[in-house]
Ligand binder design. Structure first.
Ligand SMILES: [Zn+2]
Length: 246
């Protein structure tokens, strides 16, 4: 079987002496891991092609055991997002989250593909808003993969949450929890009303609305901590790039 498609590079790891195993999110077939033969040789035609979040035009061949990349051409490399350490770190984190959270046979891959394209576009166009865009991206990934519960309801008893009451976030259910259910649930974390509003806004609104938000650094940091925790709980591992910064 031959596949000719566009693909985002999500992850790569060394394989044998000269090859990489490359994980792609393809526009036509979703998440695919393929061997890119000879791609670690200095003279390789794939030099510079397999950077994280490159959007490439790719030809794949499915052998009985593996997918093999037979041709790759960069369509867009988002070079503006890779010029300094901080923005490169941001991309690494997001690619790591996608790599670990997207299941192999994920049916709504085309929505994720559009989501990535849109968020990378906004990160390039609005670098001053990158902190907001990054957390919005994480929320949308969690939403699409069913990692985060609906924020209008208690994630335990499923009753509508009363906006006048205190809010808690429950890491067992990955969602908000009402004050009645709070007693027998742990671990939990009380979160501010502002953070809940911000979380809900991210959850429900498109990026062009999200970037207009004014917010407190403290609230965004709280969201970042919650999202990092639920993602790490979901994939049962620590995300390496978090050790560098947020
Ligand atoms: Zn409840």
């Amino acid at each position: 079987m031959h596949i000719h498609t566009e693909a985002f590079i999500l992850h790569k790891r060394k394989f044998q002496d000269y090859d990489y195993f490359v994980t792609l999110l393809t526009r036509s077939h979703g998440k695919i891991t393929a061997i890119c033969k000879g791609s670690r040789k200095i003279t390789s035609k794939y030099h510079g092609q397999l950077e994280i979040f490159n959007l490439n035009q790719i030809n794949l061949y499915k052998s009985p055991r593996n997918f093999i990349i037979t041709e790759s051409k960069i369509k867009k490399n988002y070079s503006k997002l890779k010029i300094d350490f901080k923005s490169t770190q941001t991309l690494l984190k997001l690619s790591e989250i996608l790599f670990y959270t997207i299941p192999e046979e994920y049916p709504l891959f085309y929505e994720l593909f559009d989501l990535i394209e849109k968020h990378l576009y906004f990160l390039e166009e609005y670098p001053e808003k990158s902190a907001l865009i990054k957390e919005a991206f994480k929320i949308k990934i969690c939403q699409k993969n069913g990692i985060l519960s609906d924020l209008n309801f208690c994630s335990h008893c499923e009753n509508k949450l009363n906006p006048e009451k205190k809010f808690y976030f429950c890491f067992e259910n990955n969602g908000l929890i009402c004050d009645k259910c709070i007693q027998n649930k742990s671990p939990k974390k009380e979160i501010s009303l502002n953070t809940v509003k911000l979380l809900k806004f991210f959850y429900l609104n498109p990026l062009n609305e999200i970037i207009k938000l004014s917010f407190l650094a403290r609230d965004l940091e709280e969201i970042q901590n919650i999202l990092n925790t639920i993602i790490e709980n979901h994939i049962h591992k620590k995300l390496h790039s978090y050790e560098m910064n947020g």
